[in-house]
Design a binder for this molecule. Structure first.
Ligand SMILES: [Zn+2]
Ligand SMILES: [Zn+2]
Length: 287
């Protein structure tokens, strides 16, 4: 089982990616939630171009991938779960939940630290919101993410299977909750107790800074409720809200790949960063 997972992790992950991508893309085409501001062709070519670039960079820098690091930790007996020889039925769910919490913390961190917000801006500068937004991250943020994930695996010692489940799950839920789709309100309300739904994560892509700095979850919705960063709906409604970052609208900067790659190195740090928020009387409606 362990050897099979290690040998086939790339193809397993790619199959899930393609399958879920196809389902979400068809759903968006048949019943889009919001009208797009940029052409779908431009979005797909550039956002997916960035995904392809990131995939190549990760393969070159980390050929063994996350499951390889988990196998190494298991061999060495490193990490909490290996050290205490935790049975699989506890270790697998515990590891998936723990790794999700680390991703949530990392996401809050990239919003809080000005230098890291520069990188994370690439995800938020997308003027539209669809399945391709879910994988749109600057290569440096992807590398940083991989380093944090590797460190987490070495300290936690998760079963190899748990790492694969976590990666497939995170990829699947990211594509799902960035979908330009509508779920019936009742289903959304129930579902968001178990997984981050499209309406829940869309709030996080609002141009309003207080809405941006809420709903950090990508997969499990509990962390935002637990730590007080949960926000039910955007003030302007899902059709009326503006997606993106104030002042970042030029298609060459936010929609085309070369501009996206340069985005972290441009301009001043904006008020979106949690500790640099600017409050004004005009915005007195904020809590
Ligand atoms: Zn974010
Ligand atoms: Zn997002």
């Amino acid at each position: 089982m362990e050897a099979f997972v290690q040998d086939h992790e790339a193809s397993i992950r790619l199959s899930f990616f393609l399958g879920i991508f196809a389902v979400m893309a068809l759903w968006e085409l048949s019943a889009p939630r919001r009208a797009l501001t940029a052409s779908k062709a431009v979005r797909w070519i550039n956002n997916l171009g960035l995904v392809a670039l990131n995939t190549v960079i990760l393969r070159l820098l980390f050929p063994a991938a996350a499951v390889g690091i988990a196998a190494f930790a298991a061999d060495q007996g490193w990490g909490l779960l290996n050290y205490f020889q935790t049975p699989a039925w506890i270790a697998i769910p515990a590891a998936v939940i723990a790794m999700d919490f680390v991703i949530w913390l990392q996401h809050v961190t990239v919003h809080a630290i000005p230098l890291l917000w520069r990188l994370h801006r690439v995800h938020h500068a997308d003027p539209d919101y669809d399945v391709t937004t879910g994988a749109r991250f600057h290569p440096i943020e992807i590398i940083l993410s991989m380093l944090i994930k590797s460190a987490t695996i070495l300290l936690l010692g998760p079963p190899i299977v748990a790492v694969l489940i976590f990666e497939v799950l995170l990829n699947a839920t990211a594509m799902f909750n960035h979908g330009n789709v509508r779920l019936p309100t009742g289903i959304d309300r129930v579902l968001r107790w178990f997984v981050v739904t499209p309406d829940m994560h869309r709030v996080h892509h609002s141009v309003e800074d207080d809405e941006t700095n809420s709903n950090f979850g990508f997969n499990l919705p509990w962390w935002d409720r637990l730590f007080g960063t949960y926000r039910d709906q955007p003030r302007a409604g899902h059709e009326g809200m503006t997606i993106g970052i104030h002042g970042y609208r030029a298609p060459r900067e936010v929609s085309w790949l070369p501009g996206m790659l340069m985005l972290p190195f441009r301009g001043r740090i904006t008020g979106y960063v949690i500790n640099r928020r600017q409050w004004s009387e005009a915005q007195g409606i904020r809590e």
